[in-house]
Design a protein around this ligand. Sequence first.
Ligand SMILES: [Zn+2]
Ligand SMILES: [Zn+2]
Length: 388
Amino acid sequence: MRKFIMSTIFALLTVVMFVTSSYAEVSEDLLQVHFIDVGTGDCIWIHTGDDGIDGNGRMEGYNIIIDGGDWGKFGRANAYNTISEYLGQSSRLPFGSTIDWMILTHPHSDHNGGLHGVLRDYDVKNILDPGYDKTNDEGVPDRLRPSSAYGRFFIAASTEILQNGEKANFIWGNAESTTLNWGSELVVDVLWSSRELVHGDLNNVSIVIRLSFKGTGNDISFLFMGDAEGHVEDRLVNLVGDGLETTVLKAGHHGSDSSTTIDFLQHVKPEHVVILAGNQKFGGTRLPWDGTLNRIQTVSNQLNLNTQVWRTDRGDKTPTVIPVGEEVGDDTIVAITDGRTLNINYIDAPNTDPDVDPNRCQGITRAGEQCKRRPSSGGVLCWQHRGN
Ligand SMILES: [Zn+2]
Ligand SMILES: [Zn+2]
């Protein structure tokens, strides 16, 4: 019921917003990949191109969510607040919309923590989970414990009912043999997923996905690594070899030392590396690790790649120096492509539109303006807006 009411309210709001304002419009026929700044954790929203013709199997305007950040414990932000603000409260993806695929890369709280809210507020048709679960000290699997982040996600995912009354398709395990059809213009390869721990590490069950375009000359591609570490990267080099070459690499495990090895980088040859990280530590270490950044630079120099690094922790304060909570929402990275050319930038990159006066934005939404609050600084971020 909540979904129905919310979708009705937001359908009305969407109409109002289209009448009064429009923000940074992206042409509907382009693929968008949004690396949402949820602080210490991963969240990616993909919106495929839309040719305006429903059901022809290509450019269907599908929505895909890969991971959903943390759940507001241990100094980390509740990612769903940021996701909800970025998607639902803007007109990007109104509450009640269909999410065609939700991918949980692996059952760590900095990836599954915010997905519970996404399942509550959206119609999620298909959910893919690597199907590995750890147990607590009493031998109880997390999926049976609603008090754990994964348990909360698992229960929501396995009971998700769509607005039409159908049950969502929850695939637990078998990720590698699952066909992901995100439109016939795209190729989606599940390169890795494991129900066994590789080298004893839960990060290595991560579902790894490579997204590319069909057609000669459509060379832009994305590689989403989850938290997969060097041992998985080694296997991918053996399994896929030169097929790993990819334009945009979402680095594994927040840029930690254990991922993004030299050999792997030499095969991927990334033009862009996206690192999703925040200002809270992982086991005593704040990520990304300097050595990882050095490796990216080393391979870039070796192969003349001119690799650019994009980070969601850009400018975030270090808690050990100044005690602050998570700084979220200000460093979302957006990549937009037609398959041939790529536009990638921070969402708050200086706006060159002469119609925009950043000083005029005072709230989340005002007539004629679409703004976004920066939760940590209390400041406000302006989207492009045009008076009409
Ligand atoms: Zn993680
Ligand atoms: Zn992890």
